[in-house]
Design a protein around this ligand. Structure first.
Ligand code: F0G
Length: 461
């Protein structure tokens, strides 16, 4: 239980429960009702700056490790641990890039599209924002072994932070379901890597069971401290826009931790009076892993002020089993059928007046090729945000004159098989993608002969 003196605590999200717990308790669900937990703050006791622009002053003191971190630079907004316990690898040095060529592809006016490039993090994905926060909590509670289930990026990030912190890393990945760049990282950073004969959802179930039995510290996004770190992606977007709120944030949806954290960030900033309006949120599924789309658009599930229909989510899980509908998408990072943060994401959608859409693998890969060609680069799941924005503009949901930020969640080098497969037309086994490869850039075979080489270089097309 939370003690009265704590300014930060944990709290069940469910309106019918709302039980509170101390900040030092290690929980991944409410012990009373089983729902998800939040990190909550008594804001009257946190020293939050009066204006967001105050955080910018910390750019001037970047020799302080906490001011250098793109997570801890905003530490008053995630004030759950003492400074000396805070873990950082310099995460969050990510930039907001405006890109007019891509705006044109999406159907927006020049100046209207920004990309939040989270691939620039130390392990190459947005997960590092969350890991800095989760590892700080792990240190707070004296954890020795840290674990996660992963489609790849969480395992890479966990493995990197564990290697730096001297903790033992244990990662659960679905056999054959993880992109090579990510598997390479987990192995190289020394994580004990368990290839489970099953998909991500099976890994998630088993890692929860194993953590409960062996006392492993779980850093999946059911860990509320991890999501606190991911709020900072939104702070950096606001910073990149001179503290102006964009019209739309568009993000891919997998386990739905990111979108949940984004909604929480904006709800808190609004409550604190640091912003005067919240942006709209678009969460983009792959059509082969479209649980959120189904829950929101077909089953009309809403947060309903915390009294959401939990049974409807569980019924959907059951229906998936009987319908024998395993998730399948080239965007392996979001190949998830039972998103653990579905309820928190419903809340984010309510806070941000959000929408959910699904995009095909073909649209994802074409958008990814455009992101590369426009000088950014990302992995397939990240490109779902760009494909989703394009779909929403075409459908008249996003106005071409609005200001849109797509979150590019992971680096292009994470999944070289998908990229080379797209450009050469040879997809890895089991990942066959039908359809048109609009921007394929085939390698050109040529003899070891200068005349032939020069002729090809000079050729017009
Ligand atoms: N984009 C990338 C590159 C990801 O790795 C993930 C999730 C997402 C988007 C979706 O984010 O889960 O917060 O909705 N990857 C997790 C993993 C599941 O294990 O690495 P989400």
């Amino acid at each position: 239980m939370k003690s009265k003196s704590e300014k930060t605590f944990q709290q069940c999200i469910n309106a019918a429960c709302r039980t509170t717990f101390g900040v030092r308790e290690v929980l991944v669900a409410c012990p009373k009702c089983g729902d998800l937990l939040d990190v909550a703050y008594d804001w009257s006791r946190v020293r939050v700056p009066k204006k967001l622009s105050a955080f910018q002053k910390r750019w001037a003191s970047r020799n302080n490790r906490l001011d250098f971190s793109g997570v801890w630079r905003f530490r008053e907004l995630l004030d759950f641990c003492d400074d000396e316990l805070k873990v950082t690898l310099g995460e969050g040095q990510t930039i907001l890039q405006q890109n007019d060529a891509l705006a044109n592809y999406v159907g927006l006016r020049a100046g209207g599209l920004h990309l939040q490039y989270e691939g620039l993090n130390p392990s190459g994905s947005f997960k590092d924002n969350g890991m800095a926060a989760a590892f700080s909590h792990a240190r707070m509670v004296g954890a020795r072994r840290v674990a996660c289930a992963s489609t790849g990026n969480t395992s890479a990030s966990l493995a990197l932070y564990a290697a730096h912190s001297g903790l033992q890393a244990i990662v659960f990945v679905g056999s054959g379901r993880i992109a090579f760049g990510k598997l390479a990282q987990a192995l190289d950073y020394g994580a004990r890597t368990l290839q489970i004969a099953g998909d991500f959802d099976a890994c998630m179930r088993r890692v929860k069971e194993a953590s409960a039995r062996l006392g492993l510290y779980l850093v999946n996004s059911v860990n509320p401290f991890r999501l606190e770190g991911q709020k900072t992606i939104m702070y950096r977007i606001l910073e990149g826009l001179g503290w102006e709120v964009p019209d739309w944030i568009v993000a891919p949806g997998g386990n739905l931790g990111n979108s949940s954290a984004f909604g929480k960030a904006f709800a808190e900033l609004k409550e604190l009076g640091l912003i005067d309006r919240v942006p709209r949120l678009a969460v983009i599924n792959a059509t082969g892993a479209d649980t959120l789309d189904r829950l929101v658009n077909q089953k009309k599930l809403t947060w309903n002020a915390g009294r959401y229909d939990r049974q409807a989510i569980l019924d959907d899980w059951k229906w998936q089993d009987t319908a024998n509908r395993p998730p399948h998408t080239i965007a392996s990072a979001i190949e998830i059928a039972r998103p653990v943060n579905a309820a928190k994401c419903l809340r984010a959608l309510e806070v941000c007046h959000g929408v959910v859409r699904s995009v095909s693998d073909e649209d994802i890969l074409n958008a990814k090729a455009q992101v590369g060609r426009c000088g950014l680069g990302c992995e397939p799941a990240s490109a779902a945000s760009v494909a989703g924005a394009k779909l929403l503009v075409a459908g008249g949901v996003i106005d071409p004159a609005e200001r849109v930020v797509c979150v590019l969640t992971g680096h292009a080098l994470k999944d070289p098989d998908a990229t080379v497969g797209y450009h050469t037309g040879k997809y890895p086994a089991g990942k066959e993608v039908a359809g048109r490869r609009l921007f394929a850039n085939m390698p050109i075979p040529v003899a070891d002969d200068l005349e032939a080489i020069c002729a090809i270089i000079e050729r017009q097309t």
